[in-house]
Design a protein around this ligand. Structure first.
Ligand code: PGA
Length: 251
């Protein structure tokens, strides 16, 4: 499978900054399509349409949203629906990002309902999971990954078809801290994730792209992408500059 290189811009970039980024990416690749790579940019809502338009023109980048609300429409002030995301031109959404779990207080059930709703409403999903430092130190890595994966993947296996579901393992202690997990931490956690996913989804689990995230940058992406069970990377800080991100794409 192609390696998935995904940018998570978080709360960064206006629509015009997003367009500037995409224009620079186009220049950097000079008409070439990065081989063996699937590239996704998770943009903030206000830049989503601009990102999707530029991505469509480029032809090899998909635009994604960072969140959704699990209802068709209605009295949910400040929230964004799956339909709105699709109408902005995006085809994929993040669920369960650690900042939503730990800053916005989203629990496993909320993450599960967003994941199911998005899949049922024509969006692909990249589910983020990962343990805190405290949980890791208490030996709870397996328990946390099992709880997060089993709760979020409690949907009909049919929804997994058509390359619609991705998982990103992001240890909370490695996000935005500059502290990358070691290759053996990553390989160990990814093997565990794959085993748990297999117990939930059977052999289908081998076709679910499993990404690593947490302080990925141009200097460590190549090594991480070579590890067993690593099908891609989800990049925050180092995805904000087109130059850096382009080096991660080709790492
Ligand atoms: P980071 O963020 O690369 O800045 O650590 C990754 C993420 O939160 O997806």
């Amino acid at each position: 499978m192609d390696k998935v290189i995904a940018a998570n811009w978080k709360m960064n970039k206006t629509a015009s900054e997003a367009q500037g980024f995409m224009a620079r990416l186009k220049e950097l690749f000079d008409g070439a399509v990065p081989e063996g790579r699937e590239v996704i940019v998770f943009a903030p809502f206000t830049a989503l349409e601009a990102t999707a338009r530029s991505a469509g023109a480029l032809g090899w980048v998909q635009a994604g949203a960072q969140n959704l609300y699990p209802a068709e429409k209605g009295a949910f002030t400040g929230e964004i629906s799956a339909d709105m995301i699709r109408s902005a031109g995006a085809g994929i959404v993040l669920t369960g990002h650690s900042e939503r779990r730990h800053i916005m207080g989203e629990d496993d059930k909320t993450v599960a309902s967003k994941t199911l709703f998005a899949l049922q409403h024509g969006l692909k999903v990249m589910l983020c999971i990962g343990e805190t430092l405290e949980e890791r130190e208490q030996g709870l890595l397996r328990n946390v990954l099992e709880r997060q994966l089993i709760t979020a993947m409690s949907f009909d296996a049919g929804l997994l078809s058509g390359h619609s579901f991705y998982v990103a393992y992001e240890p909370v202690w490695a996000i935005g801290t500059g502290r990358t997990a070691t290759p053996s931490d990553i390989a160990g956690a990814h093997a565990l994730c794959r085993e748990i996913m297999r117990s939930i989804a059977g052999d289908e689990a081998f076709s679910i792209p499993l990404l690593y995230g947490g302080s990925v940058k141009a200097s460590n992406a190549g090594e991480i992408l070579l590890l067993d069970n690593v099908d891609g990377v989800l990049v925050g800080g180092a995805s904000l500059e087109a130059e850096q991100f382009s080096k991660i794409i080709t790492a």
